[in-house]
Design a protein. Sequence first.
Length: 262
Amino acid sequence: MDFGSLFSVKDKVVLVTGGSRGIGEMIATGYISAGAKVYISSRSADVCDKVAQELTAMGPGKCFSIPADLQKLEDVERLVTELSKRETHLDVLVNNAGANWAESINTFPDRAFEKVISLNLKRIFTLTQACLPLLTAKANSSNPSSVINIGSIDGLRVPPQESYAYAASKAGLHHLSRHMASNLGSRGVLVNTIAPGAFQSKMMKATLDKMGDKIVASIPVGRIGSPQDIAGTCIYLSSRAGHYTTGATITVDGGAFVGSKI
């Protein structure tokens, strides 16, 4: 057994949606540090381009920007078309782009529910479907490609905030991942979900600013997640070490889900 290459993702072609900030940027940074060729996508072209340049400068891998608003079907199609012009295959797709909305059940807007469900659930199916020709181009049972969907522990538990659409979308994503895994394994595509807990991201900033001490106190390991925690899990799933793992939901939360006390 070659332990030196067990967790290697060097030269793999990776697409990370929502890769210009937060957990997505942490994941992209991990792959770049490990020598992969990474494409990142986000709505803001300026931010996406800037982060890609910074990550390439960090190396040893390279990072490229393909901005897209994944709420729009035409942007999903354009993203995949552009990627197909540059690459003949895709080793890893990390579906990370997402949205949240917290509001009382009495006033929660229909448009917000629809927006969150669309981006967090429907568009992950749409993008994965569109990427299948690239994901299957070189994949086989001994060298599978990998789809990693970023869910949430709020898709496993009832969240403390009234984030109805977000929690529902993540619970749906966890099961969608299992459903896709059952059908794509024979085509050389592994599909897994990571359910993160608290990480320092734009989506969680207001919550951490307001309740950070309380949140940390509720986590058995006594801290929020680090870039190494989320990136390392992605690298495991997309390296030789993870080739027999598919249809799994892996919590990366410091024990927050199992450590809650009544």
